[in-house]
Design a binder for this molecule. Structure first.
Ligand code: GLP
Length: 255
């Protein structure tokens, strides 16, 4: 694991953007895995800037998103499809044919999930997967208890996640209880994962993720098994860690 601890959310977003921009420049036909949530928004703003100001080219990429709420059509303002188009895709040169996001209204969810897995395989696998982390240690919508070898499938959301999300919905009856999500196993097959976490709200989850046991109760802890996990977190998210990370050197904080 390469863990970089940066000052704050702005430097986290700058650093994440450097990594993603370098990937796109080095391999313009990369397959990228995108995440939603508040954390990657700063990164997406910087990608838009790089497109506008220095012509960063998105036209040859293939993209896969981690997850989507079941029961929300893509145009719903809280759907992850809508999030991706309004926070990134609408502002860069990406067309629909390049983009894959699980469909929240799929009639046959199981075959949709199998199709999603096949599409990732046909695209040659994911080169770089961006990840956030839930306050309960979930990645994508792999909630605590998710099998660490899991594949794309439907998951029941943890009550903490449902509560966390409820504030975004005007109509409380529309707050989703299920999601389609790439599995932990699917995510771990990406060549590189770039996990981002910011703020005190994530401190406990990051301690468990980076220093705890690898356990299905903290699905994000599976990054410890990944061949190239790149973690960028800010000081607040790193505040519970017992170890400090400095230029790749890892030492106990009290030494
Ligand atoms: C949701 C998403 C995750 C994301 C998490 C954290 O649960 N399914 O992919 O990482 O939220 O969101 P935030 O970045 O807003 O804290």
């Amino acid at each position: 694991m390469l863990v970089e601890v940066v000052d704050n959310y702005e430097t986290l977003s700058d650093r994440a953007a450097e990594v993603v921009i370098q990937q796109i420049r080095e391999k313009p036909d990369s397959t990228l895995g995108f995440a939603t949530g508040g954390t990657p928004k700063g990164l997406y703003n910087r990608l838009i800037e790089a497109h506008e100001e220095s012509g960063l080219d998105f036209s040859k990429l293939t993209t896969f998103n981690l997850d989507e709420y079941v029961g929300l059509p893509p145009e719903h303002e809280q759907s992850y499809a809508r999030y991706m188009w309004s926070n990134l895709f609408n502002h860069v040169n990406v067309t629909e044919s390049q983009v894959h996001i699980p469909h929240g209204m799929a009639e046959d969810v199981d075959s949709h999930c199998q199709w999603y897995e096949r599409r990732i395989e046909e695209a040659g696998g994911i080169d770089l997967q961006i990840l956030g982390v839930g306050a309960n240690g979930h990645i994508a919508f792999n909630e605590p208890g998710s099998s660490l070898g899991s594949r794309t499938r439907i998951k029941t959301l943890a009550s903490k996640t449902v509560k966390d999300n409820a504030r975004y919905f005007e109509d409380q009856d529309m707050v989703p209880e299920y999601a389609i999500t790439m599995g932990v196993g699917t995510i771990m097959e990406a060549d590189e994962v770039l996990l981002l976490a910011s703020g005190e709200r994530k401190a406990e989850a990051m301690k468990k993720t980076l220093e705890g046991h690898i356990t299905a109760m903290t699905p994000a802890s599976m990054v410890q098994m990944h061949r190239f996990a790149h973690i960028v977190i800010d000081e607040e998210a790193a505040s519970e860690l017992d170890y400090q990370h400095h230029h790749g050197i890892v030492e106990p904080k009290d030494e």
